[in-house]
Write a protein that binds this ligand. Structure first.
Ligand code: ADP
Ligand code: ZN
Length: 529
């Protein structure tokens, strides 16, 4: 809608400049604000950093009464409110961190019409007591932030969001605006339906973040690769490093610190005070690297994060996009860097298979992971793939690793057949299944005690893969696993033929794989938004 979007009404522009100190609206902001201020419902899909907050804050100031902001991020409410108060906006929050007297004072202020904005978590809003309070006062609008949390098959489901559908029935005359930075078609439809936004106008922004350079490198020695990346390209700059486990968060933070890169850990296993202290230092000091689990970052507004690095594979493209989206919110060049390897595929598949949930849930998680793997293994522009996932077509960007350094591909059908044959021979003739290390030794014809004991050298597949190096075989196995041609099974992650193995063995399916480019550094190009 950007082309036809009006710049915002004169009153909206006046508040933008007088209260917030900005001189023009970005993207759809003006149109959204006019629509909601005029009493309309809106569904807003806008990337992280796009400026969603103003879309409900300004209408709250334009309309009589208090704007109720529903957010799952209790930990951030105090900061958000403090920031608004510093602009002279009358804001408050209601959550479990307040004692009874404090909460009463906020409720009284709301009833007396003394608040422009009131933040609360969804579990609070759905209480009958809270709804009675809202009916006694005067609500100008409901803003439902992080609205994708209502999507059950999404990556961030929160049960309490389901209760928000009652707003449509109980407060039909009050405008509602649902906002999210997650924009797959499925999530969009689901949140529209579940929040009963049937009459809403939809504002879908471009999800491109042109100033972010996307790079995904094959994992070799992840920590060393990370340190080289930071030291080489982002020395002295603020960044976020995401790891899957608390243990690796602590270890990586220490390793960076030991290399002279100021780094702090952040994960749910730390006590709240330490976590808050680290977060505050990251926000207020220059050049701190936050090493964190994905518990960190939702709602963090630090404009000058220059890189986001992943040492473990995210579970979905939504997650990857949201996490990388925390880089470069100021529009200046930033890097989204990830190291990814065979172990990531194995681990994530296993997490899904051993996880809780219905078969349907597991299938949806698998589909999310497969899309993420396809992004990692693509030989095409990363940005094109990423945006296509969100339903937006684009041209190759010239600013991602595959554009800057196009990977070569090769026909690997025979290599795949050799690998599958080795798995089959080992199983049939020796009753054995192995992890990738031992299988590669067989393919290379490389002696080791286990092979000697099992007389692997007598197998027809012994040494048939000597034309590739061990490293190349690892790359091949990772890609075949991502493509479901081989799979990992059992407690020890032994390799077995995958669902698509038969077609490959019969020669009905041709396999093309990428040559992992040498770890040459992709050149930096600034593409300011
Ligand atoms: P989102 O919630 O979409 O991630 P925010 O609302 O936190 O984004 O806004 C991101 C940053 O952009 C904030 O620092 C905000 O102050 C700034 N911003 C938003 N709108 C404008 C604008 N029209 N002009 C200048 N800066 C803006
Ligand atoms: Zn590209």
């Amino acid at each position: 809608e950007s082309d036809s979007a009006p710049a915002g009404s004169p009153e909206a522009l006046r508040i933008l400049s007088e209260v917030f100190g900005y001189d023009s609206f970005r993207g759809d902001q003006g149109a959204i604000i006019d629509h909601v201020a005029g009493g309309g419902d809106a569904v807003v899909l806008m990337p992280t950093g796009g400026g969603k907050s103003l879309c409900y804050q300004i209408p709250s100031l334009l309309r009589p009464g208090t704007g109720i902001v529903v957010s799952p991020l209790i930990a951030l409410m105090a900061d958000q409110v403090a920031a608004l108060e510093s602009l002279g906006i009358r804001a408050a929050f209601l959550n479990s961190s307040l004692d009874v007297d404090e909460a009463r004072a906020v409720e009284a202020a709301f009833e007396a019409g003394e608040l422009d904005l009131l933040y609360m978590a969804p579990e609070r809003l759905v209480l009958e007591r809270t709804r009675a309070l809202l009916r006694r006062g005067h609500v100008s609008l409901f803003a439902i932030d992080e609205a994708h949390c209502v999507s059950q098959w999404g990556h961030d489901f929160r049960r309490d969001y389901l209760g928000l559908s009652l707003l449509a029935e109980e407060f039909p005359q009050i405008p509602r605006i649902a906002l999210t930075a997650t924009a797959t078609r499925a999530t969009h439809e689901e949140l529209t339906e579940r929040l009963r936004m049937g009459r809403a106008r939809h504002f879908v922004s471009s999800f491109d973040r042109p100033n972010i350079q996307y790079r995904i490198v094959p994992k070799d020695q992840a920590r060393k690769q990370l340190m080289d990346f930071i030291a080489g390209e982002h020395s002295g700059e603020a960044g976020i490093v995401y790891c899957l486990s608390r243990k690796s968060v602590d270890a990586v933070a220490q390793a960076l610190d030991a290399r002279g890169i100021p780094a702090l850990p952040y994960h749910a296993g730390m006590d709240a005070a330490d976590r808050a202290a680290n977060q505050a230092r990251f926000l207020h000091e220059d050049g701190i690297v936050m090493v964190a689990t994905i518990a960190f970052g939702m709602g963090i507004d630090k404009p000058d994060v220059r890189f986001v690095a992943h040492l473990d594979l995210p579970k979905s493209i939504e997650g990857y996009y949201q996490e990388t989206g925390r880089a470069g919110r100021d529009g200046l060049a930033a890097t989204a860097w990830m190291a990814y390897g065979l172990g990531d595929v194995v681990n994530q598949r296993r997490l899904i298979d051993s996880g809780e949930g219905s078969a349907e849930f597991q299938r949806s998680q698998r589909a999310h992971l497969d899309a993420m793997l396809a992004l990692c293994e693509t030989v095409d522009c990363r940005r094109v793939q990423l945006l296509r996932y969100f339903g937006q077509e684009s041209e190759p960007c010239g600013n991602c690793d595959t554009c800057l350094n196009p990977p070569r591909t090769w026909e690997a059908t025979i290599a795949a057949q050799k690998l599958l044959s080795a798995l089959i021979r080992l199983d049939r003739e020796r009753g054995q299944q192995f992890g990738s290390g031992q299988v590669i030794d067989v393919l290379l014809g490389r002696d080791n005690p286990r092979s000697a004991q099992s007389r692997h050298e007598e197998l027809s597949v012994w040494g048939v893969g000597a034309e590739l190096s061990e490293k190349q075989w690892r790359t091949v196995i990772r890609q075949l696993m991502a493509a479901d041609i081989v799979a990992a099974a059992g407690e020890y992650n032994v390799l077995v033929p995958g669902p698509r193995a038969t077609g490959v063995l019969r020669g009905e399916e041709i396999v093309h794989l990428r040559d992992d480019p040498e770890p040459a550094r992709a050149s930096r190009r600034s593409r300011s938004a």
